[in-house]
Write a protein that binds this ligand. Sequence first.
Ligand SMILES: NC(=O)c1ccc[n+]([C@@H]2O[C@H](COP(=O)([O-])OP(=O)(O)OC[C@H]3O[C@@H](n4cnc5c(N)ncnc54)[C@H](OP(=O)(O)O)[C@@H]3O)[C@@H](O)[C@H]2O)c1
Length: 318
Amino acid sequence: MLWVLLLLLLFPFLLYIAAPQIRKMLSSGVCTSTVQLPGKVAVVTGANTGIGKETAKELAGRGARVYLACRDVQKAELVAREIQMMTGNQQVLVRKLDLADTKSIRAFAKRFLEEEKHLHILINNAGVMMCPYSKTADGFEMHIGVNHLGHFLLTHLLLEKLKESAPSRVVNVSSLAHHLGRIHFHNLQGEKFYHSGLAYCHSKLANILFTQELARRLKASGSGVTVYSVHPGTVSSELVRHSALMRWIWWLFSFLIKTPHQGAQTSLYCALTEGLEVLSGNHFSDCQVAWVSAQARNETVARRLWDVSCDLLGIPVD
Ligand SMILES: NC(=O)c1ccc[n+]([C@@H]2O[C@H](COP(=O)([O-])OP(=O)(O)OC[C@H]3O[C@@H](n4cnc5c(N)ncnc54)[C@H](OP(=O)(O)O)[C@@H]3O)[C@@H](O)[C@H]2O)c1
């Protein structure tokens, strides 16, 4: 009994001692690619903070021209200046992109296509989690609208440029949370039933289904464009801003969870690692192929989600 009591009392101390090791274990997966990117062009959505910022910084550090595609332009300008100073690369550019508004997405794509000849790396990173029920400018539920439909439209609009620039890559930042997601086609916009946590999970499942269907189509056309979905890990960021409970949990375990720099490693691995083309369509975590849920492997659901997304966005279904 005394031993148990002693162990309980010592537990916080032991945890404190073991924390660096546990954190290292949980943060395994480092992008070791030495690929440099002079002359290459990259777009990173949601690059003004968190994982996106770190991803953009690393791409800029390797010499790419990097577009920070962000809804908060002022915040993004500060980040662009910070990255320019840290990397010495002046080619870090800010462009307005609000994924909750298809007009903004189309305007971003139009300007980008007018000013750039190439696009080699598209990182669909931006995301929202656990928002109270709300809708995008086009009336889509916020999670599916921003996390899935917004990136679906953006990728569609930039796809020809990616093909012209091949070999090129698309990285869709999904989540382990997709395991709890389900695509309910009769309730895609949460109109019949809504739970903010589940809405996030559904949208992250949609990211993986989109990745697989896009990879299948690109492979069939021999385009030279490859696509990957990733789980970045559990990362200290602003993602939990909408949930007091999640903010508290994140704070409590902050000494164990990944830093944004560590969280960016798998996106970078998928964007940069040579010879990864054969694994197009796969899901990655900690810089290796990761297991996905049964529904995430369902090709019928992936095809149907593709068609429904085209329909909602006014894209001709092929
Ligand atoms: N953090 C984690 O533990 C974790 C785990 C699994 C997956 N992920 C995924 O990782 C990705 C990056 O998240 P993070 O952790 O870095 O979160 P974060 O710090 O909250 O960053 C999210 C980024 O998305 C942007 N964004 C949100 N709504 C947008 C919109 N309508 N249009 C354009 N940009 C928008 C935000 O811009 P503002 O600054 O203007 O809001 C911000 O730049 C997300 O897709 C997330 O689902 C994160």
